[in-house]
Design a protein around this ligand. Structure first.
Ligand code: SAH
Length: 367
């Protein structure tokens, strides 16, 4: 007996029956954001008990250093009396809580900031409200960055862009065709190809992608989020720090992946019950922000950013005041955040800074 389809799979099958196979981007958007059955709409995904662990969930050091980064940026902005500290996709609010703790020792910065959280998941908004219940700074929630009032802003986003839907195209003899999700002869959800080659597509691709062999997969995201972040930092004279896993140059490769209970799973299995993400193309993200006038810093590896922001010193200081049984956990967290190699967080994750053009350098990026 096959498993019962998840409620979202039933909906996706109805949509395909009505309108035909759907682009991967539409499928991914439904998997994560469907208002009734989407993964982020219904699940508290993160943390040791959830499906995956993010850097701020590994150690308080991560958010604290990002808090110091924000304070240093605020100084470089000329210490404006009011600054919006914006986080995109705050998850369980662990990072912003650690940032605010770090900001506590800098009263001028703390008094200047108002927190704006951009979050679409009702489950996670509830969790964020619980986490932040005892804070005395102003905290406002928004559905989209475009709803945050204009003005000087410092924007941070960790593992946010990987959750933005990607399109995929597959190179064929007659050009690139969009990859779609349909139903195969056995009745299962399956990947397929759009009926026609994408028009005016090849010319928009970087040379290395154009030269790819038949069968190669190219991924791209809509630019709306990157453009809005760029617009904000340019208009408000501020900066953004985006950290995520991905590649620094646009290239071919299928990076669509699903994770459930800390294990990789099939992106087409159990839609709505698994986390479906894809690598961030930092070159494309940077080009989009640059096109609207933002200055780009990096991308650099997460390990390089954290080292320059002083994570080793921070770990040593924490160990001095920690009970002996906690010291090993601090060391383990440090190793995990900084780890190199193809699967290590320190190298797989990259950080890119976007700023107003007048900010020539950003902390952590200037060596
Ligand atoms: N930054 C957190 C959580 C990462 S998970 C951490 O590092 O632990 C991705 C987060 O983005 C979740 O909070 C999810 O609900 C949110 N999210 C996903 N799509 C979104 C969208 N379109 N707009 C706003 N938030 C979104």
């Amino acid at each position: 007996m096959p498993d019962q389809p998840s409620p979202l799979e039933a909906k996706i099958r109805r949509l395909i029956a009505l309108a035909g196979p759907m682009p991967v981007a539409e499928f991914m958007g439904l998997c994560l954001g469907d208002r009734d059955h989407g993964y982020y709409t219904t699940q508290e995904a993160l943390g040791a008990a959830g499906d995956f662990i993010t850097a701020p969930e590994i150690s308080q050091m991560f958010g604290e250093l990002i808090g110091l980064w924000a304070a240093a940026v605020w100084h470089r902005m000329g210490s404006p009396a009011n600054v919006r500290l914006v986080e995109l996709g705050p998850g369980r609010a662990t990072m912003i809580q650690d940032m605010l703790r770090a900001a506590h020792v800098m009263p001028e910065f703390r008094n200047a900031l108002a927190v704006h959280l951009v979050e679409t998941s009702p489950v996670l908004i509830q969790r964020q409200k619980q986490t932040l219940a005892n804070h005395d700074v102003s905290i406002v929630w928004h559905d989209a960055l475009s709803d945050v009032p204009d003005g000087p802003a410092i924007i941070v986003a960790n593992e946010f862009f990987d959750a933005m839907p990607i399109h995929q195209a597959v190179k064929q003899e007659d050009g690139w065709r969009e990859r779609v999700v349909g139903i195969d002869a056995s009745g299962a959800l399956a990947f397929g190809l759009g009926a026609d080659a994408l028009k005016f597509f090849e010319q928009t691709l970087p040379a290395n992608v154009r030269a790819a062999p038949i069968g190669a997969i190219y991924e791209w995201r809509g630019d709306a989020q990157a453009l809005e972040v760029g617009r904000r930092v340019v208009r408000g004279g501020g900066a953004a720090l985006i950290i995520d896993y991905g590649h620094v140059t646009s290239d071919v490769g299928d990076t669509l992946q699903a994770v459930r209970a800390h294990r990789k799973s099939d992106p087409l299995a159990a839609p709505g019950l698994t986390d479906v993400t894809a690598h961030v193309d930092f070159q494309a993200l940077g080009l989009a922000a640059e096109s609207i006038g933002a200055r780009i810093h990096g991308p650099i590896e997460q390990a390089a950013l954290l080292r320059r922001l002083g994570i080793e010193q921070r770990a040593a200081n924490l160990k001095k005041v920690a009970p002996p049984d906690k010291a090993a956990a601090i060391d383990a967290a440090l190793v995990r955040l900084m780890a190199g190699g193809p699967t290590g967080m320190g190298t797989m994750f990259k950080a890119i800074g976007l700023s107003a053009p007048q900010l020539a350098t950003l902390p952590g990026f200037d060596g």
